[in-house]
Design a binder for this molecule. Structure first.
Ligand SMILES: Nc1ncnc2c1ncn2[C@@H]1O[C@H](COP(=O)(O)OP(=O)(O)OP(=O)(O)O)[C@@H](O)[C@H]1O
Ligand SMILES: [Mg+2]
Length: 254
């Protein structure tokens, strides 16, 4: 009886905690959006008239606000997912369309860090039934990590392939043997992930200690995992002895 009460209290505390985060995040959203709009307005109106130092300050303010917006949006997404309130709007889609949209949106960072992007996506890849916006979020978080953790002039490789029953991944990832899957792999030439961290990093707020601290709060992979699993798919990281990190996700082809 006592333990049941304690369990209920713990559950209530957890849901109060989630409610609190949601409220705080909602409250933060409006002022941050206003600051973001003010900065873009200032950039649009005055950018050419500014001296080099002011241009640099404006650029930093813009990047930092974008980071804040991303962080607040990620916190909001996690609380929506945890409350079981994420609804999927499923549509037949080619995954490479979403991959290209994400790469377009990251073109500034790709150029700034002089990264090489190799895509080897299946021509005429099978259609998957997905929520495009949510899949965009999942892929954006994976590509954001690859760009963030890989040093300048590195390479990010994105590939797709079909996995069929009988492939080794079926057994390893406990895939449903009645289904075929489309697997997307994103690998980079960064520091990689050690064997003991391969599953831990998908948990909320889990990050690997790096010699040079790299910004983030540890939500991107939790969001990606939840989104892929809501699509009855699987996501995992694999270990390469000499290469960087490799992330895979498999979506059922229906
Ligand atoms: N491509 C990668 N290369 C090396 N380490 C990675 C890579 N992707 C993820 N990780 C490790 O997994 C951790 C968790 O990733 P996750 O995306 O959840 O959080 P984050 O990037 O640190 O923060 P956020 O996504 O919330 O901005 C990272 O902090 C990092 O230690
Ligand atoms: Mg991340």
């Amino acid at each position: 009886m006592v333990s049941l009460k304690r369990h209920r209290n713990a559950k209530n505390n957890a849901s109060n905690h989630t409610d609190l985060i949601t409220t705080v995040v909602h409250e933060l959203k409006t002022p941050i959006t206003t600051i973001k709009e003010a900065i873009s307005l200032l950039s649009d109106l005055n950018y050419l008239k500014l001296d080099a130092k002011s241009k640099k300050i404006l650029l930093i303010a813009r990047e930092e606000t974008n980071r804040l917006v991303r962080m607040v949006n990620n916190l909001l997404k996690v609380s929506i997912i945890e409350a079981g309130k994420l609804q999927l709007h499923l549509e037949p889609t080619k995954i490479e369309v979403i991959i290209n949209q994400v790469l377009d949106s990251q073109s500034f960072t790709i150029q700034k860090k002089e990264m090489h992007i190799k895509t080897n996506c299946l021509h005429n890849s099978p259609t998957v039934i997905i929520d495009r916006d949510r899949l965009y979020d999942a892929i954006a978080n994976l590509i954001d990590n690859a760009l963030k953790f890989t040093p300048e002039k590195g390479t990010i490789t994105i590939q797709t392939r079909q996995i069929k029953p009988g492939d080794i991944e079926y057994r390893k990832q406990h895939l449903n043997s009645k289904l075929k899957y489309l697997e997307t792999t994103i690998s980079d030439t960064g520091p990689g992930i050690s064997k003991q961290d391969l599953t831990r990093i998908f948990k909320k707020f889990e990050r690997i200690k790096a010699p040079i601290p790299i910004r983030g709060i540890g939500l991107g992979l939790t969001i990606a995992k939840n989104i892929i699993e809501l699509h009855e798919g699987k996501i995992w990281a694999s270990f390469n002895k000499s290469k960087g990190a490799t992330f895979h996700f498999a979506l059922p082809i229906k």
